[in-house]
Design a protein around this ligand. Structure first.
Ligand code: NAG
Ligand code: NAG
Ligand code: NAG
Ligand code: NAG
Ligand code: NAG
Length: 400
């Protein structure tokens, strides 16, 4: 049991004393946090593809889309490409920037990319935030953090779900946000929707940037570091592990539905090709392990669900083709021990270091940590904060 967790180098790196809960908590109502909400214009130049696939204008269509892409005799995504779609436009991305005044690591910016079926709220859980909000934990540890809604989710722009919301564009959005932050114009180029930007925020220019992903957000982070290896100083890939069991869990088990039909009030404006997680049971299977979550957190997962564009799903593989040669930082895979999605329910003993090394040949180090007892949604599980401390201690060990 837990052999992998015992074997990995981290066990030796992290002293028990370092696992104490962060000392400072921000107000759960969030009003007094050092955060501003932004509408960020991100210019994107990307090479999307045109794919042959059925239109999705109802849940019946969507189930057929799953048949079209997942049956054993289905063509691969690459075989479904019928042409190139050059993208050259500006998208509006909704984000939240938090910079702790006087934070000991405020000059290190974490940029967090959520996974499929959620939006930026995944990192900022509003139920018992002291125990679950990754944003609060990051601030308490002294770091700055940018969370955002990926294109096609949350309060970000929701363009064409077939041709525009695809992985190459998602990667360029990440590049755009990172470059704006590094150039010091993230706030000046954006519209502030809520919160008071301090002079410190307006002039903010991080010394280092750490990219944190969850699930699809981790896939995108891998694609981003392959395309722009020098724009990141370290990466934390949560809900992600390279193993022989990755990809076994079929996407059909996510039980998605046509978003506008699932909830016309929340998603009526999304239109063709936008889908959303359909049931609480599917949300539990995908994100949470019984015994390791409070029922309120399942309710939270359902109430904060967000849309996934079919173009994004079909194009995901385009990110994984090439190694992130030239990325010289450290990589931590941080995954729930019983993650159903990425380990087919049990991450023990299946990690393939050679696969990780092939993707990150020049990384300073690659490590794995299994968060005990939990499922795919590590921010929604009990003991989440102790897991965050593992991440921060890891970063500290790496000079971040
Ligand atoms: C949090 O802030 C709200 C107003 O923003 C205030 O009413 C409440 O008392 C505060 N709670 C704590 C625990 O400080
Ligand atoms: C898009 O494709 C063109 C032509 O192949 C290439 O020059 C360019 O670098 C690509 N752009 C991106 C962002 O990958
Ligand atoms: C993007 O569009 C702008 C304005 O139309 C143009 O100047 C620029 O050359 C285009 N870039 C690419 C890579 O096509
Ligand atoms: C993956 O590797 C583990 C450990 O070697 C093995 O027990 C399991 O059967 C393998 N799974 C597949 C799908 O090959
Ligand atoms: C909580 O998480 C920490 C960090 O991963 C771990 O050391 C500890 O054993 C966990 N506690 C339980 C009860 O699983």
């Amino acid at each position: 049991m837990n052999t992998l967790r015992r074997l990995i180098t981290l066990g030796a790196l992290i002293a028990p004393a370092a696992l104490a809960a962060p000392g400072r908590h921000y107000n759960a109502t969030r009003a007094d946090r050092p955060c501003i909400e932004l509408r960020i214009p991100v210019h994107v130049v990307a090479n999307n593809s045109q794919y042959q696939m059925p239109r999705v204008d109802s849940t019946i269509d969507y189930v057929d889309w799953v048949w079209f892409t997942e049956r054993w005799s289905a063509l691969t995504s690459a075989e479904l490409v019928t042409g190139a779609i050059p993208v050259n436009q500006t998208f509006t991305i909704h984000g939240q920037l938090c910079i702790p005044p006087g934070g000991s690591k405020a000059d290190i910016l974490q940029i967090a990319t959520h996974g499929g079926g959620f939006d930026g709220r995944y990192w900022d859980v509003d139920v018992k935030p002291d125990e679950y909000s990754y944003v609060d934990a990051v601030l308490a540890a002294g770091y700055s953090i940018l969370t955002y809604d990926c294109l096609g989710t949350g309060k970000s722009e929701t363009p064409d779900a077939y041709d525009i919301v695809q992985a190459p564009v998602d990667v360029e959005v990440m590049q755009g946000l990172t470059s704006m932050a590094r150039n010091g114009n993230l706030v000046s180029a954006s519209t502030v929707i809520s919160g008071q930007p301090t002079p410190e925020m307006k002039a903010y220019r991080p010394q280092k940037v750490v990219h944190v992903g969850h699930s699809i957000g981790s896939f995108l982070t891998i694609g981003f570091t392959a395309a722009y290896p020098t724009l990141s100083d370290g990466i934390i890939l949560t809900g992600m592990l390279f193993s022989n069991e990755s990809g076994v869990f079929p996407f059909s088990d996510f039980a998605f539905e046509y978003a506008a039909e699932n909830d016309p009030t929340l998603f009526g404006d999304r239109g063709s090709g936008y889908t959303v997680q359909g049931t609480a049971a599917a949300a539990q299977l995908v994100f949470l392990k019984k015994g390791a979550f409070e029922p309120e957190l399942l309710d939270y997962a359902v109430s904060t669900r967000s849309t996934v564009a079919v173009g994004e799903v079909i194009s995901l593989g385009t990110n994984l083709g090439r190694p992130a040669a030239g990325f010289k930082g450290s990589v931590l895979f941080f995954v729930g021990e019983y993650d159903f999605v990425i380990c087919d329910g049990d991450c023990n003993g299946i990690y393939e270091p050679a696969a990780a090394k092939a993707v990150y040949p020049d990384a300073e180090s690659i490590d794995v940590y299994l968060q005990p007892g939990t499922g795919h949604g590590t921010t929604l599980a009990i003991n989440a904060t102790a897991g965050y401390s593992v991440i921060f201690d890891y970063l500290g060990q790496k000079g971040l």
